[in-house]
Write a new protein. Structure first.
Length: 271
């Protein structure tokens, strides 16, 4: 098989686009040639999560690498549609460029805005006007079904609040969360082995999570970010326990809960 080359004197973006085309070409890689937009969507999602994890860890080197992986997958998906004659990556960039300019009239036009909240409100209005030629639908339709649960709940509640359907203040949404917590406890006190009770408890648990997402929104905390950071914190403390216990040539399962609690507090103190 003839070896393929990419023109390394071209701009880097063009080199990367050409590299994708080479991988997809007649003498390219069998794996790359086999891929479809749907199969690549899975890998793009995985790479995006890896990028998010690197960002939460504040690891600049890993962020740089993962950004590159995400960019490569975006270019790959665009190349698949270019092969079909639908559009190419330059169409993607052009459409996005003009959309961003259009949605920032306070930067590129005569509008004047002072706060991030004003910008978000204007953004929603511009998007609404952009969609005005389409048949009317729910304002919640623009929230992708495939988003992680906490992120989707946040976006759904944000869209609803943008229409005026919201609590008046943090106290109101905190009271709602407490109400949902009480309802969950009531369900959990029932016979946990009965299928119908488990279903009701699951529904109440979901209601509680949704209420807490709204608490986060009022407190200007993104629930997905908060959850990711909580997981990293738990993982760090748990791994400290593991390292400490293994250093003593013992297994985690052989250590008493009291000793684990002591090690956990020590891990917290070291933070």
């Amino acid at each position: 098989m003839e070896k393929q080359e990419v023109n390394q004197s071209a701009p880097l973006m063009d080199q990367l686009i050409a590299l994708v085309a080479t991988l997809r070409g007649e003498n390219g890689c069998p794996w790359d040639r086999k891929q479809t937009a749907k199969s690549m969507a899975v890998y793009l999602l995985e790479e995006t999560y890896e990028l998010v994890e690197a960002i939460h860890k504040e690891d600049a080197d890993a962020i740089c690498e993962e950004l590159g992986d995400v960019l490569f997958h975006v270019l790959f998906v665009a190349a698949l549609f270019e092969e079909q004659g639908a559009f190419d990556i330059r169409d993607v960039m052009s459409r996005n460029y003009h959309k961003m300019v259009r949605r920032h009239p306070h930067v590129f036009g005569d509008a004047t805005l002072q706060t991030a909240d004003e910008v978000k409100k204007q953004w929603r209005e511009i998007k609404k006007n952009e969609k005005s030629s389409s048949p009317p639908g729910s304002i919640l339709d623009s929230v992708p079904v495939g988003l992680p649960g906490l992120m989707r709940a946040y976006r759904i509640s944000e869209r609803a609040a943008g229409s005026g359907f919201d609590w008046q203040n943090l106290s109101g949404v905190l009271a709602k969360a407490e109400e949902e917590w009480d309802e969950l406890k009531c369900e959990l006190e029932k016979d946990a082995f009965r299928e119908e009770d488990r279903k009701e408890a699951s529904l109440e648990f979901g209601d509680l999570l949704f209420a807490l997402v709204n608490v986060a929104r009022f407190a200007r905390i993104h629930p997905e970010t908060a959850m990711a950071e909580a997981i990293l914190k738990f993982k760090s403390r748990f791994e400290f326990m593991e390292r400490t216990i293994r250093g003593e040539h013992r297994e985690l399962t052989d250590v008493s809960q009291d000793e684990k609690d002591i090690l956990w507090e020590k891990a917290k103190a070291l933070e």
